[in-house]
Design a protein around this ligand. Sequence first.
Ligand code: NAP
Length: 249
Amino acid sequence: MQDNPLTDKVALITGGARRIGREIASRLHDEGMRVMIHYRGSRDDADALVTELNGSRPDSAASVPADLADNGAVEQIMLETVHAFGRLDALINNASTFYPTPISEATEQQWEDLMTVNLKAPFFLAQAAASVLEEYRGCIVNIVDIYGHRPLKSHPIYCAAKAGLIMLTRALARDLAPSVRVNAVAPGAILWPENDADEVSQKRIIARTPLKRMGSPAEIAAAVAFLIRDASFSSGQVIAVDGGRSVVP
Ligand SMILES: NC(=O)c1ccc[n+]([C@@H]2O[C@H](COP(=O)([O-])OP(=O)(O)OC[C@H]3O[C@@H](n4cnc5c(N)ncnc54)[C@H](OP(=O)(O)O)[C@@H]3O)[C@@H](O)[C@H]2O)c1
């Protein structure tokens, strides 16, 4: 662990209590980082993860609740992170909302929700984190989606928000250089949305994936760890972790 460049560095993972975010937090912790786990509703999961991680290394994990729809909360998340750990080296914008918004039925409230959680909050978190990330020559990793490049039917608002987050990755890579690298990971099918039991479309997605399987949260976490630890000359890049889905029509 002594030679590990990430030892005792600090990562903030939004939506880090469950599913892919939890795996990212655990992986970065395994790499030696201290982790701040942001959550909104999943308090029990966040508490359990913090207890588990602190059990393996005392004072190496903490959690902060916040609804990212509340812009004031963004500043609070950053204050609590720096207060708990004294620094910040990596911001991972993982929290997301995802559901269909067919053009005939979509509402302004859905627009606000999808755009806020997937695009606005990552921008203002990056703004709030910028000075401390500059100080520690840190980085930002945005979790985007292959559907930010190609549209998923009936999900125009989500797709537009993730497309915006891809451009934000590139724009902030330029604006926060040379001190802060900004990159993204674009998952393909990793975990089905909860309450989505449409087996026909799930099978169709896997059939159209060259590697013929779903990915795992661990494979997303590995790409995030690579971008933080190894990709020292990369900024403004998006790594697709999608089993090759984005190279076929
Ligand atoms: N799952 C996939 O196969 C897949 C595919 C492509 C891209 N992605 C991307 O990968 C990332 C992780 O995916 P996932 O499926 O694990 O995500 P998820 O379960 O849909 O959401 C992650 C977390 O976001 C948090 N969140 C939602 N609304 C929030 C709000 N208003 N304020 C604060 N937090 C909020 C929730 O935290 P609480 O539970 O604490 O409320 C939730 O646990 C996302 O960015 C997603 O777009 C996933």
